[in-house]
Ligand binder design. Structure first.
Ligand code: PEP
Ligand code: MN
Length: 357
């Protein structure tokens, strides 16, 4: 082949490349429009039957020189790229997405804000057990300068024979003690029927890891205006976590905080694996505040402080930790709650230079 002939053929290929690019772009724009229409109609983006029909029609019309497998492979790539476009467009449209709302969502809890200028510390017992227990913890939080107390009244336990919590009476106790000490409260709700009522007792409704995809509970949480603390599911991807939050926002409650609490992996050195990378990813993808629960993620008091510092360094808007006046007698999570003395040491260490509320 002479150089002139080679150059001419290559010139033709270059032209065809440009034509293909134009056609692919035109096709992609139509795929995006189809995606928007599917979004409106609430139908799934991926339609394998339609994809199969398109491939069969193309294979039937193929006269070579590419063989059937090559044609299938090439067009599948095009289909996949179009589907990716539709799915990315869908993500951008989510209410939780930073593409929808650039500014951070800031939630006010009395004297503190979550997602604002400074990270917050949330501390308190795993379960509400007694007035004495709550008052001891509340007094020490107050003295340390912590403004938000947690305490579970509905406990989702692995075994039905373990302590299940004091229920509504526990919420009542939490409210009473918190108001004596001027603290804000967080407690888990497990039943959609309790969501509305909970607003009378607590300042933040926690939806626990086991209920992250309890869609009826999420919908009920979306109907009220009480702030929600949504925990990441035991084995939830970041995408599933964000879609769970979307359930709440889509019903009108925009006061949602996300909390990474560790996910299940093969690792046995910690109770769960604290996914620190989730913090910057969630902060990038969403405008919602992101907290880290060092207690349920690591389950190890000896590494709470470094993990809390890592979480803050990664951009977390807050830390949650469990504290109990006498952990060995605690009715739940006895092994991983800090004593008051340990909490004070932990807080001093994490709060160097007063970086935490
Ligand atoms: C809790 O915070 O009390 C709790 C039960 O945590 P999780 O849902 O993350 O297991
Ligand atoms: Mn606990």
């Amino acid at each position: 082949m002479t150089n002139a002939k080679l150059d001419a053929l290559r010139g033709r290929i270059d032209e065809i490349n440009l034509l293909l690019l134009e056609l692919l772009s035109e096709r992609a724009a139509i795929a995006q429009e189809i995606g928007q229409e599917k979004e409106k109609q609430g139908v799934p983006k991926h339609d394998p039957i339609r994809e199969k029909e398109m491939l069969e029609a193309l294979v039937a019309r193929n006269n070579g020189p590419f063989d059937t497998d090559a044609i299938r492979h090439l067009f599948k790539q095009i289909f996949q790229a179009s589907l990716n476009l539709q799915q990315n467009d869908h993500k951008k449209q989510l209410l939780v997405s930073r593409k929808q709302k650039k500014e951070d969502t800031v939630i006010t809890l009395g004297p503190v804000t979550v997602g604002g200028t400074k990270p917050i510390m949330v501390a308190g017992p795993c379960s509400v057990e007694s007035y004495e227990q709550l008052r001891t913890v509340a007094a020490s939080l107050k003295q340390a300068g912590v403004h938000v107390m947690r305490g579970g009244a509905f406990k989702p336990r692995t075994s039905p024979y373990d302590f299940q919590g004091l229920g509504i009476e526990g919420l009542r106790m939490l409210k009473e003690v918190a108001s004596e000490f001027g603290l804000k409260t967080i407690s888990e709700i497990v039943d959609p029927a309790h969501i509305e009522l909970a607003g009378q007792y607590i300042d933040v409704i926690q939806i626990g890891a086991r209920n992250m995809q309890n869609f009826e509970l999420l919908k009920a949480a979306g109907e009220v205006r009480t702030p929600i603390l949504l925990k990441r599911g035991l084995a939830a991807t970041i995408d599933e976590f964000l879609h769970a939050a979307e359930y709440i926002l889509s019903r009108g409650n925009s006061q949602v905080m996300l909390i990474e609490r560790g996910i299940r992996t093969y690792e046995k050195a910690t109770r769960n694996t604290l996914d620190i990378s989730a913090v910057p990813i969630l902060k990038q993808e969403s405008h919602l505040p992101v907290l880290v629960d060092v207690t349920h993620s690591t389950g190890r008091k000896d590494i709470f402080a470094p993990c809390a510092k890592a979480a803050l360094a990664a951009g977390a808007d807050g830390i949650m930790v469990e504290v109990h006046p006498d952990p060995p007698t605690a009715l739940s999570d006895a092994a991983q709650q800090l004593t008051i003395e340990e909490f004070n040491r932990f807080y001093t260490e994490v709060n160097k230079n007063g970086i935490v509320f």
